[in-house]
Design a protein around this ligand. Structure first.
Ligand SMILES: Cc1cc2nc3c(=O)[nH]c(=O)nc-3n(C[C@H](O)[C@H](O)[C@H](O)COP(=O)(O)O)c2cc1C
Length: 370
């Protein structure tokens, strides 16, 4: 296969990486990791990623940890730092309603949009960690109420960003003739959201640009995509889809599987169990009992967002094939985590993205011929 395929087109699947702005990397394991959570490590990583062909970086928001991940840098400030260290990469900052309200978010993100010439986006978090909310004195709402608040948050944010004299009467947020100046640069910052429950899809179909979901098989993703698309169509909207995956690329599948086994064998059982206990407040607490982590096993929980389930574990050829299968299931963006981020992001850019682009071009030609 040619390793000099065409560059990305509008139809190409896009790549994002999880910013390790939290200690311990993206696995709840004591396996040695060369990933750092500090600013110098992350600036360098952002530069490597944009060179490697990544379009987005996603920062995380956490205020406490009861399950490893002891230290956490704040997402918006950290995102701005990465934007000033790069020139092409878009950075998605996570916002948690409660600590943030739309007023602060609209102002902060509008300023960063000017500072970065439009490279900032947001990821609206609806909340799953009740212990965190209790610790910081924030009321803990029921599952679907959290999404009702998030939806109002997004409606208010879009209103403030696009209208003068913005007036809004919600149950959670209220505005009267509010005019923000300056507004963000055009195009408006993209709005991502995380979560896999029915409430998450209902909200995405109504107000979000992107639906981020936990790791899953192409079949599991397709079921979510079908539901989301039907709901979005009913609202005359379209929503893009991003899926989490933990990548282990090695020369042979056996080597990659051995690394996975080692990560799981060295998992910190107390931290994994504490995490498993807390995530019961996510999808499982919804009326349907479905959503993020509703069916996760101990091994799944070793990666925070079920990233082993997506199975990007094997040789570069196998991984590229599986990414194209995700795309065919309706995925627009693969959100990736790695054990040793700097080295493995560079490797992904050199060995996997070119294979994905070549496969995409090949399938595009086949579809045209057919
Ligand atoms: C890709 C992705 C990123 C997320 N990032 C964060 C985060 O930074 N901080 C956080 O507290 N929750 C984060 N979440 C959690 C979600 O916002 C949500 O609260 C959780 O997945 C429960 O969703 P569900 O009940 O709809 O399944 C993330 C979820 C996904 C899928």
């Amino acid at each position: 296969m040619s390793l000099h395929p065409p560059t990305a087109t509008d139809e190409s699947i896009r790549f994002a990486y999880w910013v390790p702005n939290v200690s311990g990397g993206l696995v709840v394991s004591k396996i040695p990791q060369r990933t750092g959570w500090d600013a110098p490590y992350n600036r360098r990583l952002a530069q490597i990623a944009e060179e490697a062909g990544f379009d987005y970086a996603l920062t995380q928001i956490r205020f406490t940890a009861g399950y490893g991940a002891e230290y956490q840098h704040e997402s918006v400030a950290f995102s701005q730092d990465l934007l000033s260290a790069t020139t092409k990469l878009k950075v998605i900052a996570a916002l948690l309603p409660g600590p943030w309200n739309p007023t602060l978010a609209a102002k902060q993100i509008a300023t960063i949009s000017h500072l970065s010439e439009g490279r900032i986006a947001i990821n609206l978090i609806s909340g799953w960690f009740s212990g965190e909310f209790r610790a910081i004195g924030e009321p803990w709402l029921d599952h679907d109420e959290r999404y009702r608040r998030s939806e109002e948050f997004i409606r208010a944010l879009r209103g403030i960003w696009t209208q003068d004299d913005f007036t809004f009467r919600g149950d959670f947020y209220r505005y009267t003739n509010y005019t923000l100046k300056p507004k963000p640069v055009d195009p408006q910052p993209e709005i991502f959201q995380g979560g896999s429950s029915r409430a998450a899809r209902d909200m995405a179909a109504r107000v979000s640009d992107w639906y981020f979901t936990n790791g899953d098989t192409p079949e599991g993703i397709r079921a979510q995509v079908d539901d989301l698309r039907e709901k979005a169509r009913a609202n005359r909207r379209s929503v893009k889809v991003g899926v989490n995956a933990f990548v282990i690329a090695r020369d042979t599948e056996e080597e990659a599987r051995a690394v996975l086994q080692e990560i799981i064998d060295q998992a910190d059982p107390d931290a994994v169990k504490a995490f498993g206990h807390e995530v019961k407040n996510a999808g499982k607490a919804s009326p349907e009992g479905e959503g993020n982590w509703a069916k996760s096993t101990f091994a799944d929980l070793v990666q925070y967002n079920d990233g082993f389930k997506t199975n990007l574990i094997g040789t570069p050829d196998q991984i590229a094939e599986r990414i194209v299968a995700l795309k065919e299931a309706g995925v627009d963006l693969a959100l990736l985590a790695f054990l040793h981020f700097q080295e493995e992001v560079a490797y992904f850019g050199a060995h996997i993205i070119p294979r994905v682009r070549a496969l995409e071009a090949q399938r595009g030609r086949r579809a045209q011929a057919a």
